[in-house]
Design a protein around this ligand. Structure first.
Ligand code: ZN
Length: 57
């Protein structure tokens, strides 16, 4: 999927493929959060939850 290459400047709401904004030269980011694994998009949340449980117990 090429849509994951699309980046966006939060300041100007400009979409670009470049890591920096063509308008304000600020850093761009992917509009959708990157998944660590397409097979398990919630792995990071589970890992965080398990760490929380370990700290509490
Ligand atoms: Zn910008």
């Amino acid at each position: 999927m090429s849509s994951s290459l699309i980046r966006k400047c939060k300041a100007c709401s400009v979409y670009t493929l470049l890591p920096e904004c063509p308008q304000c030269k600020g850093p761009t980011s992917t509009p959708h959060p990157a998944r660590y694994s397409p097979m398990d998009p919630y792995a990071r949340y589970r890992r965080a939850l398990m760490q929380e449980i370990r700290i509490k117990s």
